[in-house]
Design a protein around this ligand. Structure first.
Ligand code: LMR
Length: 329
């Protein structure tokens, strides 16, 4: 009798465990470093809504914005270790991982507009780049836009000579290091979460970022001057821990894939608007003087910066650079 009771108890226990397994959603922790009100922040929230609705609650997406969970370098380590499942680091941050090719996107004056970027990110070159992540235990899902970068400091940045000797914060990219050096500035690699304070205390003099990052990090409070140089592109790779992605049940993998597609379309659609809104916000704040370079000044900047393409051929791969020139015309 005792053994019958025991069996019944065990069976009930197994059933209960089975039910809780059904009821317990799979959790995707998605960590990022920017504010919610940015192209990446909003695309991440959109992805969460899509996945949770389409999976009928079987997947829960927890988005951690603003470096709440991890800073730049730590977040990539956390992804590889599986402490988070998803990230969208900027393409300038893959070098330390050993993927140097992504820094090709940092080449100044490589793209004139989003259409040119999309020819690369949405075509075979982009697919090939995402594939490279697999050797690092990472699945590359998509490219997300932010936008064109602008230069800021506490003095007007008109001609190339104005950059001389300035300490400029950059992301961890050798191409960006070469870019700042080509202007005679001193590049300093620093995590995104530390930029505001570094500007405030004068640890660095200036920086580069698209308007959406500049405004939502309140850099306009600590930078007197901004020059609308549009000298380079900032975008992201949406990535997932490969073991986690491969281990998803087929139907849920489908949910993730469709949601990635939807969120990518959404994010890339709002990216320009978000940056335009941020520019308007900075203007309205009255705290940062905004300068539009003359065509001659922009040409001077371009001439100083395109040298970086030749300097960095070896690092990012000459073939890749040529392919991109071809695709963007
Ligand atoms: C930066 O570090 O400046 C950017 O990569 C931040 C971001 O994720 O947009």
């Amino acid at each position: 009798k005792a053994s019958w009771k025991l069996k019944a108890l065990l069976a009930a226990g197994a059933l209960f465990a089975g039910l809780t397994a059904l009821a317990d959603p799979i959790v995707i922790k998605f960590s990022h470093v920017v504010a919610v009100d940015t192209p990446k922040g909003r695309a991440a929230e959109f992805f969460k809504q899509q996945v949770e609705a389409r999976s009928k609650g079987r997947i829960k997406v927890e988005v951690y914005p603003n470096s709440q969970l991890f800073k730049d370098k730590e977040e990539l380590e956390a992804l590889q270790l599986g402490s988070v499942q998803m990230l969208a680091p900027s393409l300038a941050k893959f070098g330390p991982l050993g993927i140097k090719e992504f820094e090709v996107f940092d080449l100044p004056f490589l793209f004139d507009n989003y259409d040119e970027v999309h020819k690369v990110t949405q075509g075979p070159v982009g697919q090939g780049l995402l594939k490279k992540l697999e050797t690092k235990g990472i699945t590359g899902l998509a490219f997300w836009d932010n936008g064109m970068k602008q230069m800021s400091a506490n003095k007007p940045l008109k001609s190339v000579a104005d950059y001389k000797g300035l300490k400029m914060r950059i992301q961890a990219s050798k191409v960006l290091d070469a870019e700042m050096r080509a202007l005679g500035a001193n590049p300093q690699v620093m995590a995104f979460s530390e930029v505001y304070q570094a500007l405030q205390t004068g640890v660095v003099d200036g920086t580069e970022n698209p308007m959406s990052n500049f405004y939502t990090q309140k850099m306009h409070e600590v930078q007197k001057n901004l020059s609308l140089t549009n000298h380079g592109y900032l975008g992201y790779a949406l990535i997932m821990n490969k073991k986690f992605y491969d281990g998803l049940p087929a139907d849920l993998k489908g949910v993730v894939d469709v949601s990635v597609k939807q969120a990518t379309e959404y994010g890339n659609k709002i990216a320009k608007e978000e940056n335009d809104k941020a520019l308007a916000g900075v203007k309205a704040s009255g705290k940062t003087a905004i300068y539009v370079p003359t065509p001659a000044e922009r040409l001077e900047l371009k001439k100083a910066l395109v040298k970086v393409h030749d300097q960095m051929d070896d690092r990012v791969g000459l073939d890749l650079v040529k392919q991109i020139y071809k695709e963007t015309g």
